[in-house]
Design a protein around this ligand. Structure first.
Ligand SMILES: [Zn+2]
Length: 235
């Protein structure tokens, strides 16, 4: 068998292995698994965000509760003062009433804010619970999917390994320099070997100059496409 024939046989086996590897990557079960994993992460992040918001709200409620206690104390003190030493005149009485009114109004604002926060927090807690339930269900399905796909993947990798070995066996009798060249071209162009058809590279469809074509007859039957760099052979 000539080097060209060996090279073509090797390329065929090598391309078959590559195609199979791509097929593994595009496996619908693999893609579905990846999508579900992303969904799970999203849900987890959403639940975490809600949890953080609720914690923040709980802190705020605690602060408001303390503020309410302080206002109530102030109101009690004021009432006590009024009882102990009633205002001397109308102006003093009006001033005291105004102060009390201000404290009551602040108290009302705090209570209103607290009720709103408690309502918002309860809504978020419900939402978080829903997400966690949804997550648990999806996670169960995902785990099953994962086990099934892993078994499939293991089988496919075994088959890929077989194909790689077949290709490697076909490269055994190739000249090392030729194999090296093949691998170098493959880094940027695949398949690395193309046929020459009526003066054109079948890899990139570029026509080759007559001088290059003449060179082919003199060389070992392999020339390089000046456009894409592929090894060209004439069959
Ligand atoms: Zn070309």
């Amino acid at each position: 068998m000539t080097q060209i024939e060996l090279l073509l046989q090797y390329q065929q086996a090598d391309m078959a292995a590559d195609a199979f590897e791509n097929q593994i990557k595009r496996n619908p079960n693999r893609i579905a698994l990846k999508k579900n994993r992303e969904f799970l992460v999203e849900q987890q992040n959403a639940a975490k965000k809600l949890e953080g918001e609720v914690a923040h709200m709980t802190d705020r409620v605690e602060t408001i509760k303390l503020a309410i206690v302080r206002l109530e104390e102030q109101l009690n003190q004021m009432a006590k003062r009024m009882q102990d030493t009633p205002p001397a005149d109308l102006a003093k009485a009006q001033e005291a009433a105004k102060d009390a009114q201000k404290l009551l109004s602040d108290l009302e604002d705090y209570e209103k804010e607290m009720r709103q926060i408690q309502k918002d927090a309860a809504e978020r807690e419900k939402l978080e619970k829903d997400i966690r339930l949804k997550f648990a269900k999806a996670k169960g399905e995902y785990d099953q999917q994962k086990v099934a796909y892993e078994a499939e993947y293991k089988e496919q990798m075994k088959e890929l390994d077989q194909k790689r070995k077949e290709a490697e066996a076909k490269s055994a009798d190739l000249e090392p320099a030729l194999l090296e060249k093949y691998k170098t071209i493959k880094l940027h162009c695949t398949p690395p070997v193309a046929k020459l058809y009526s003066g054109q590279c079948t890899g990139c469809n570029m026509s080759l100059p007559q001088a290059t074509l003449r060179k082919m007859k003199n060389d070992s039957g392999i020339i390089e496409c000046e456009n894409c760099g592929r090894m060209l052979i004439q069959m």
